[in-house]
Structure formats: structure tokens, C-alpha cells
Design a protein around this ligand. Structure first.
Ligand code: 4AD
Ligand code: MG
Length: 436
């Protein structure tokens, strides 16, 4: 029977005869002996040495089963094990023009992402992504939230009309969901606190290192909640995920980034809460500028949205994330609840990651007043007919409630200290890329 490399190493079966299945990751042919690094389906590797008469046809990425005796060899990579092979069964001899090697341009690695996934870097990224999703699920499970799967074909915008993807829906048109929020809101009336990890779609026309056209969105919504408790929930969730990752994913973290683990060690709750107004004061005191629509530079003023540069200024010298609260209503979507103590601001909150990374999550308390919400929808140039069902939630038993959305790729980009969001995404979709 074929075994996993990790199990064979863990059980330290020195001297035993074992069979391992996988792919030829590296190959060095000599006259008598051939050295193979075999990679199994979990991305673990082991060194193997074979008589060269068995390996004549072998190429990089050929799929094989190798059988032999496990020996200890301290010079061998990854744990000092070596398999002395006496039999090779071939499943497939890979074509000799395998395009992924030691040195490749970023573009080639993106064009062949379906094969790039077999590199040690992307194996580690894939494992870390999987772990992050698993720990999120752990947290919601232990806190007794219900997981739901909202529809992704929808009629209404959540985050503004400019980034909607239109799709033909039978004889009509629909859009790809920008956020599950409105549907999660409908669910809290009968399912209590709910959450989902679903794709969200944004037709982002800008090419940036933090925007994708399709991203993995962790969203949560909870009844009977105010802003302070909503922030604590986010803080607890994020700190739990980080604690789990720094405990159980050290191998991937250390392989991918030299200071990721060190940075994660420095994170400790509570995360500072800063009002938008105070953030603007800080930016003004730092003499930060903003580009006007006509391309002229000017001082930042109350009412300006926080740009990528502003978020970088606010977070670059920090080691902990920060919450920015109470944004001006006019720069946030229609559903944000007006601040009872200030009519110009809303109970919205963004979580900004440190070291200049900026926004990783957005959310807040939702407008629960029917007529206020109706007006906001109209003022936002949205078709009221598409939101009648949503307004029913305020018409029949409206309650205070709120939630948030966390971008999984943004979160990973920050954790790994990577520059480009495409590097933490297995199959990135951007304005210029939908293949592979
Ligand atoms: O700030 P956003 O647009 O907020 C919402 O969608 C709310 N409806 C969520 C909610 O309250 N349920 O998006 C939330 C998060 C952002 O903070 C960011 O991390 C991520 O989603 N995000 C993107 N990630 C990658 N590419 C994009 N184009 C993204 N747009 C948003
Ligand atoms: Mg946002």
C-alpha cells in the first residue's frame, strides 16, 4: 500500500520496506545512481536514490510509485531520510517541456498557475489558506454561530453600482454578489448570529496590489448588537485565528516569510479604536496630502475617504491592527446607521492591518429605520424595487443589528507580509486575467 511521506517520517520506520506515490520534484541523473526528490499529494518531499537503469525515461513531474528501504541520512533534505529504491512503477512520463523551474518571471508563474501550485511556495500558501479557513470555522462553531450559504446571483448592489458584474439571467439581467450582507441580515431574524465564507465579486477597474475581481469573503451578521460589541467580536475572531496560525503553521510561515512569525508574536488585543475624526487630525498633523479629482494635490479634510496612502500612514509604524470608527455617512454605503450622537457620521467601522497594510475588514451597525433607509436607497440612485424585500426587514420587527466582512486574501497578504494580493490567491481574477 502507498503511504504518505509525512507518516513514514513521523513513524521513523528505518529499515522498513515502503512504497511512496508522488511526482518527481527534482531529478539528478548520474551514471550509476539517480537522485530523486519525490513530492507527494500533500506537498511533502523525500530524497530517494535509485539505480540509474530504473530511471532512464524519468522526467521532472512524472508520476511514479517508488519502493525501497527507508534509511537515515543526515545529509538528505527535510528530516534526513532517504529511500533506497529497488522498484519504480510509472503512472505517467511527463513531457520534457515542463514550464516551471528555478527562475521564472512573475508573469510565467501566473500564466501557468495551475502548475505553479506544485511549487513549495504555493504548497505552503495553499496550506496556510486552508488553515485560516479552518480556524475561522472553529471560532464560529465554538461561539455557536450558524454557517449559511447566501445566493451569489442577485438583483441589487450592496457596495455601489460601479463595481457590479452583470450576468445574463434567462431573459433578464442579474449581478454577481458583491457581498452577502443583505441576505445575512434577512437570516438573523430566525437563525440568530450567522456567518459565511463565500466568493464576492467586484468589477474593480483599478490595477492595485490589494484588489481582486473575485475574492473570498468571510461575512458575519448578528442581532441585538451595538458598535463596541461588534468590534470585540472581530477582535476575538482575528486574534483566535492568529494564535492558531502562529501555533500550528510555523513551518509554512517560516518558509514563506522571514518576519511573519515575529510580527504575529507582537499582536495582542485590545486593538486601538480611533474615530475617523481623530484619524483625519492625525493625517493632517503629518501633513498628508490627497489627490483631487482634477489631479491637484491638497490637504486632507474632514469628509475625504481614507485612501490607500492615508491608511498606510495611519498604520505603518504600528504592530497591532486598529479600528477606525464613525466615518462620515456620505462616504459609506446606504445601509450604514446614522450615529445617534452626530448626524454627519455613521456607525461604520474598518479594521486596518499594521505595517501599512490598511483595510482588511469593513462593517458596522445597520440602519434599522424604514423611512431613513428608503431615503438612503433613493439618494444612492438604486432602484427601490430591487430592495423592497430588504425594506421588509425594517417593516416587520426591525431590530438593532450589525456585522462585518473580512477579505481572506487581504488578511493573508498582511499575515505573510506580501506585497501583491495575487500572490496569496491560487487562481487570481483581475481586470487583465481570467486564465487559468
Ligand atoms: O469594505 P467592503 O466593501 O464591505 C462590504 O462588502 C460589507 N458589505 C461587508 C459586511 O459588512 N458584511 O468589503 C469587505 C472586505 C474589505 O475590508 C476587504 O478586506 C475585502 O472585503 N475586499 C476585497 N478584497 C479583495 N479584492 C477586492 N476587490 C475587495 N473588496 C473588498
Ligand atoms: Mg471597505
Amino acid at each position: 500500500m502507498s503511504r504518505r511521506i509525512a507518516d513514514v517520517k513521523r513513524e521513523n520506520e528505518i529499515g522498513a520496506n515502503v512504497s511512496l506515490r508522488g511526482w518527481v520534484h527534482r531529478l539528478r541523473k548520474q551514471k550509476e545512481k539517480t537522485f530523486i526528490i519525490l513530492r507527494d499529494e500533500r506537498g511533502d518531499i523525500i530524497q530517494a536514490v535509485c539505480p540509474s537503469n530504473l530511471t532512464k525515461k524519468l522526467t521532472i513531474e512524472s508520476s511514479v510509485e517508488i519502493t525501497g528501504r527507508l534509511e537515515k541520512d543526515d545529509r538528505a533534505i527535510e528530516g534526513g531520510y532517504e529511500l533506497k529504491v529497488n522498484k519504480i512503477t510509472i503512472f505517467n512520463i511527463a513531457a520534457t517541456d515542463y514550464p516551471i523551474g528555478e527562475y521564472q518571471s512573475d508573469e510565467i508563474l501566473l500564466d501557468y498557475r495551475h502548475l505553479t501550485l506544485r511549487t513549495r511556495k504555493f504548497i505552503s500558501i495553499g496550506k496556510l489558506r486552508g488553515s485560516l479557513l479552518k480556524y475561522s470555522r472553529h471560532w464560529f462553531d465554538k461561539e455557536d454561530w450558524m454557517e449559511v450559504t447566501p445566493p451569489l446571483l442577485v438583483k441589487g448592489a450592496v457596495e455601489g453600482g460601479a463595481t457590479l458584474f452583470e450576468v445574463k439571467y434567462f431573459d433578464n439581467i442579474a449581478y454577481l454578489s458583491q457581498s452577502s450582507q443583505l441576505y445575512l441580515e434577512a437570516m438573523i431574524y430566525s437563525l440568530g448570529p450567522v456567518w459565511t465564507i463565500s466568493p464576492s465579486f467586484r468589477a474593480e477597474r483599478s490595477r492595485t496590489v490589494r484588489h481582486l475581481a473575485e475574492f473570498t469573503h468571510l461575512e458575519a451578521e448578528i442581532p441585538w448588537i451595538g458598535l463596541p460589541d461588534l468590534l470585540s467580536i472581530q477582535e476575538n475572531l482575528i486574534y483566535y485565528i492568529i494564535t492558531m496560525i502562529k501555533t500550528y503553521n510555523q513551518k509554512e510561515l517560516n518558509f514563506l516569510s522571514k518576519d511573519a512569525l515575529k510580527r504575529l508574536e507582537k499582536i495582542s488585543p485590545p486593538f486601538e479604536r480611533i474615530s475617523y475624526g481623530k484619524a483625519i487630525d492625525i493625517l493632517r498633523s503629518l501633513d498628508c496630502k490627497i489627490m483631487d479629482q482634477d489631479g491637484k494635490e491638497r490637504n486632507i479634510e474632514w469628509g475625504d475617504d481614507l485612501s490607500t496612502e492615508s491608511e498606510r500612514e495611519l498604520t505603518k509604524d504600528r504592530t497591532n491592527p486598529i479600528f477606525i470608527t464613525e466615518y462620515p455617512l456620505k462616504i459609506k454605503p446606504f445601509y450604514v446607521k446614522q450615529n445617534p450622537s452626530d448626524e454627519n457620521t455613521g456607525l461604520a467601522v474598518d479594521l486596518l492591518a499594521p505595517y501599512g497594510f490598511g483595510e482588511i475588514s469593513g462593517g458596522g451597525i445597520r440602519e434599522d429605520n424604514l423611512s431613513v433607509l428608503k431615503n438612503k436607497i433613493r439618494q444612492s440612485n438604486l432602484k427601490i424595487d430591487d430592495y423592497l424585500w430588504y425594506l421588509d426587514l425594517r417593516k416587520y420587527g426591525s431590530i438593532p443589528h450589525g456585522g462585518f466582512g473580512l477579505g481572506i486574501e487581504r488578511f493573508l497578504r498582511w499575515i505573510l507580509n506580501f506585497d501583491d494580493i495575487k500572490d496569496v490567491t491560487l487562481f487570481p481574477r483581475t481586470m487583465s486575467r481570467i486564465l487559468p
